[in-house]
Design a protein around this ligand. Structure first.
Ligand code: MTE
Ligand code: MO
Length: 259
């Protein structure tokens, strides 16, 4: 008779108990590894672009609104000032009035719920911390150019003039709308893009005051969006939970115009 190579084990009650405990232990260890792995994933450092190694899109779903707004922002690439185009290309003149009286200009901030509106002078805007940005400006028509703009963060302005949030001071409106003084050109921005640290209201191009064709006295520079959203000559800013009208969206382009 052949010897049995793998004799059927005679599992004692004791051994079964041990095995059960062991597999329970393994199960728990795998579970804990999963939890710690997840926590590490949540706290992993961001790379240069502000992105974590693992795509985090799926997470925003569960994040509360404030975190989504003030949490990580994906930053657009920036460049050395020396690479900025001089002079910067001009494109689009809807709502640009070459006869504009720059001394008379005021930025109108319209608070929602009919509460109030404010007229802000350029000097008041300039009193906020100055920011410079050199980014690759991209037009949906197919050209791009590195441009250097200087101004203030839209988020700083919103904080200073206390607009953006509802009366509880915490809940943000969903959108920010902007228009030229004559209302001929207009854009809508989702709040997260409006609060993005690279979203600036600019009064300078290449260290010089903006020219009228470039949107004097104040234009939007929003590097996370295509050129169409970079409204020149801002006359009015307002807030809404409804998507504000948007010039190029009305002309068939995708609303977000996100890069
Ligand atoms: N008021 C106003 N802003 C505007 C436009 C316009 O026609 N009118 N055109 C947009 C488009 S399509 C582009 S590409 C950029 C061009 O900005 P630039 O003239 O500073 O290059 O402005 C945007 N802002
Ligand atoms: Mo454009």
């Amino acid at each position: 008779m052949e010897p049995t190579e793998h004799p059927v084990e005679n599992w004692s009650e004791e051994k079964i108990k041990r095995r059960t405990l062991l597999s329970f232990g393994v199960f728990t260890a795998v579970g804990l590894a999963g939890i710690f792995g997840w926590r590490r994933y949540l706290t992993q450092p961001a790379n240069d672009n502000g992105l974590t190694a693992t795509p985090r899109k799926v997470l925003t779903f569960n994040e509360n609104l404030n975190e989504a707004y003030f949490g990580e922002h994906r930053l657009a690439p920036t460049y050395p000032v020396s690479r900025a185009a001089k002079p910067a290309r001009v494109n689009g003149d809807i709502g640009i009035n070459t006869d504009i009286d720059l001394a008379q200009w005021r930025l109108e901030i319209v608070h929602p719920e009919g509460a109030r509106s404010e007229q802000v002078a350029l000097a008041d805007i300039k009193s906020l911390p100055k920011q410079d940005i050199v980014f690759d400006f991209k037009c949906i028509e197919g050209w791009d150019q590195i441009m250097h703009y200087g101004g203030v963060r839209l988020s700083d302005l919103m904080q200073k003039y206390n607009f953006g949030t509802k009366s509880d001071g915490k809940t943000y409106y969903k959108y920010v709308g902007m228009e030229t003084p004559d209302g001929a050109y207009y854009v809508g921005l989702d709040m997260k893009s409006a609060l993005h640290p690279q979203t600036l209201l600019c009064y300078e191009n290449n260290d010089a005051p903006l020219t009228i064709p470039h949107g004097a006295p104040l234009r939007l520079a929003i590097p996370v969006k295509y050129g169409v959203k970079n409204l020149k000559c801002v006359g009015k800013i307002f807030l809404s939970d409804e998507r504000p009208r948007d010039y190029w969206h009305e002309n068939g382009y995708e609303y977000d115009a996100a890069l």
